[in-house]
Design a protein around this ligand. Sequence first.
Ligand SMILES: Nc1ncnc2c1ncn2[C@@H]1O[C@H](COP(=O)(O)OP(=O)(O)OP(=O)(O)O)[C@@H](O)[C@H]1O
Ligand SMILES: CC(C)(CO)[C@@H](O)C(=O)NCCC(=O)O
Ligand SMILES: [K+]
Length: 259
Amino acid sequence: MSFLAIDVGNTRLKWALYDKPAVDARLLAHGVQFLENIETLAEGDWSRIAAPSQVLGCVVAGEAVRRRVIEQLELWDVTPQWVVSSSAEAGLVNGYDHPSRLGSDRWVAMIGARQRLIARGQRRPCVLVMVGTAVTVEAIDAEGRFLGGIILPGHGIMLRALESGTAGLHVPTGEVRDFPTNTSDALTSGGTFAIAGAVQRMVDNLRRHSGQEPACIMTGGAGWKMAPSMTVQSELVESLIFDGLLAIAHHRFGAATAA
Ligand SMILES: Nc1ncnc2c1ncn2[C@@H]1O[C@H](COP(=O)(O)OP(=O)(O)OP(=O)(O)O)[C@@H](O)[C@H]1O
Ligand SMILES: CC(C)(CO)[C@@H](O)C(=O)NCCC(=O)O
Ligand SMILES: [K+]
């Protein structure tokens, strides 16, 4: 009955094992590996967990990485399924020009966010921020339609771009300050304000569009670093991609299992 959910980002693979493919599932085990260490999974972390009966993943790291993950999954007699963004799934409608070109991590996280609001009886517009290797900021209306979103470089990419494009910006990580007075603080605050400012702008856009105050939900490996510097009130939910994978699995496998 157990269900393995996998999120393969551009830097790290995150996995979580649940007792069933359903929104009320219990977490049994979880872990994370940098992409360069994927080959250790079958003989390492995954050798210590019970064989899952279903596997559902989302991959944005490319086909070669996906194949390396599939090789590790050969440890068990299970055929993994991979989420491809579609025009509608699990209560969310996709407004992208070409729905399948939307990153599956964005799609899955939005499904997780929508599910979370509905569970609380909050049918309100929502801005979803995902802070990973890249940062995405999505707008979802009160009816569950993804209106559109933005992609910007993550903190690490911003810093590396500045380091490689200039002579004088090789400095240690600094602090976030309102008025930075040294290079380290100026760079760290610049990256942080870029992300916080982009979120503020999307919240303004969505408020203007919908005439309602949007909820703001944040997720991703570096979400906790951004949380203290946000200018809009936001809720940090570390597990949003897994919540989304559970919601999709619930629709795909759960109904059949319960019948
Ligand atoms: N102070 C900071 N604030 C925001 N982001 C930061 C900060 N410091 C580092 N980062 C960036 O956060 C990025 C994402 O971190 P992490 O690898 O934990 O996220 P992730 O969700 O696992 O990423 P992915 O899913 O893309 O693999 C890193 O590339 C790092 O550059
Ligand atoms: C934007 C990222 C890198 C965020 O992880 C990923 O969702 C992706 O590769 N997306 C494909 C392009 C798009 O979403 O429009
Ligand atoms: K991600």
